[in-house]
Write a new protein. Structure first.
Ligand code: CO
Length: 286
């Protein structure tokens, strides 16, 4: 797919803060780095969590994420390397592998499991949690799998390979769009010496996560495995790669609604959390 137009940015955003993720484990002991942690949910509204898992040691991932519930938001899993089988309470089943994306809207409730289908080799990827507007939190669950070939992709004249998971870049429409949160989710592979430009409304919250190499933004370096929170300013983002780099550019429109989280349930009020727990105990969540 060719890009339709190259945007121009006259007043690029700069870096507000650089985050080093928190090493943690989740599921049945999968080791991962939590890059968007709970204390950043307000600042990075509508994003609730970003995990980066990556290991060539099977002990770090083999047990996977056995059956567990969600309510009130969306999970987007992007698998860079490895194979993971998803199964959920709505009867969806999909193998997620090598550059594929799974987008799940939990809505009023879903149970799912994510289990590695490999006993050796590298497993690497990301899971992003995207909040739902209050009016959609109890919507019917929705699910889609995209293989890497299904995802809209283009290469800029400078040779930057762009995968548009969500939103719009250079006129190319992403795999998924959402009205309330207007998410932009790009995977960018930048060759040495290249620049990438993306328009972005100043009020949208945005981060850049570097998962290979390093990039520069307005003169500031974002190093390997670091996430930059971008200032809410200007008319877009300009990334420069001195050496080759791979980065995620993620942005969205803040909901500005109360956030109440208890583990895998994210609602607006404590009362709604109590209801989710009651539905979970009574077997009526999903
Ligand atoms: Co889950």
């Amino acid at each position: 797919m060719n890009e339709k137009h190259t945007p121009s940015v006259s007043n690029p955003r700069s870096v507000e803060h650089i985050i080093t993720g928190q090493p943690t484990s989740d599921g049945a002991g999968v080791k991962l780095t939590r890059v968007i942690t709970q204390n950043l949910q307000r600042r990075l509204d509508p994003f609730l969590m970003l995990d980066n898992f990556g290991s060539d040691n099977p002990n770090d991932y083999i047990a996977g994420f056995p059956n567990h519930p969600h309510r009130g938001f969306e999970t987007i899993t992007y698998m860079i390397a490895g194979r993971m089988l998803h199964e959920d309470s709505k009867g969806n089943r999909g193998l997620l592998e090598n550059g594929g994306v799974q987008w799940m809207t939990a809505g009023r409730g879903v149970f799912h499991s994510e289990i590695p289908q490999q006993e050796e080799g590298v497993m690497e990827g990301f899971q992003l949690w995207l909040n739902l507007p209050a009016k959609d939190k109890m919507c019917a669950p929705w699910y889609r799998d995209f293989t890497n070939a299904d995802l809209p992709q283009f290469t800029t004249p400078e040779g930057v390979a762009v995968t548009v998971i969500a939103g719009n870049s250079h006129g190319v429409e992403g795999a998924v769009s959402r009205e309330g949160t207007e998410p932009l989710y790009l995977d960018l592979h930048l060759p040495a010496g290249s620049q990438f430009v993306q328009n972005l409304p100043a009020q949208h919250n945005a981060v850049v996560f570097v998962y290979r190499g390093e990039v520069k933004m307005s003169g500031q370096t974002i190093g390997d495995k670091r996430m930059a929170i971008l200032k809410n300013e200007g008319d877009g983002v300009v990334l420069e790669a001195t050496a080759g780099a791979k980065v995620l550019l993620i942005a969205g429109k803040p909901l500005n609604e109360p956030i109440a989280q208890y583990g895998p349930f994210v609602m607006n009020t404590e009362q709604e959390i109590r209801q989710a727990l009651q539905d979970f105990r009574e077997g009526t969540l999903a």
